[in-house]
Write a protein that binds this ligand. Structure first.
Ligand code: HEC
Length: 114
């Protein structure tokens, strides 16, 4: 009986079971698709920082908006920036990520091969 049920079990679980991918891969997946605009869009593929936009300032001078380098931020700093109450950024969207998801993303960006 157990034998017959097994294939169904495996099928049902394969959709949500992340145990087949590593913590690193899970972090990468979230970094690129964190239920919202991907972090890579503003911080670069490797968290190295990225020029997001250039625009004209008041005096017609060119200004630049950068997504800062984040591959070296400490866990405290990282958590602070991504917490919904403390993040008052004008540019960075607010995310609703769980602590476990934040741990994975932080692990990924700080362990990337340079
Ligand atoms: C729309 C662009 C944008 C996206 C998308 C974005 N950020 Fe940011 N992020 C910024 C900007 C700009 C700053 C600079 C500080 C500010 O303006 O708040 C920043 C700041 C940060 C900081 C603080 C860096 C420091 O030196 O203190 C961290 C950490 C961070 N972002 C992580 C992330 C993560 C993780 C994601 C994805 C879940 C993400 N960001 C998505 C634009 C973005």
């Amino acid at each position: 009986m157990l034998f017959l049920c097994l294939p169904f079990y495996l099928q049902a679980y394969s959709v949500i079971d992340y145990s087949f991918i590593t913590k690193y891969e899970y972090g990468q997946m979230l970094y690129e698709n964190p239920r919202g605009i991907g972090c890579n869009k503003c911080h670069g593929e490797k968290g190295e920082g990225k020029l997001i936009a250039t625009y004209k300032g008041d005096k017609g001078n060119e200004k630049q908006l950068y997504g800062p380098k984040i591959s070296n931020v400490t866990w405290e700093q990282f958590k602070h920036s991504l917490s919904q109450k403390e993040n008052k950024s004008l540019f960075m969207p607010t995310y609703f990520l769980t602590n476990e998801e934040l741990v994975s993303i932080h692990y990924y960006i700080t362990n990337l091969k340079k």
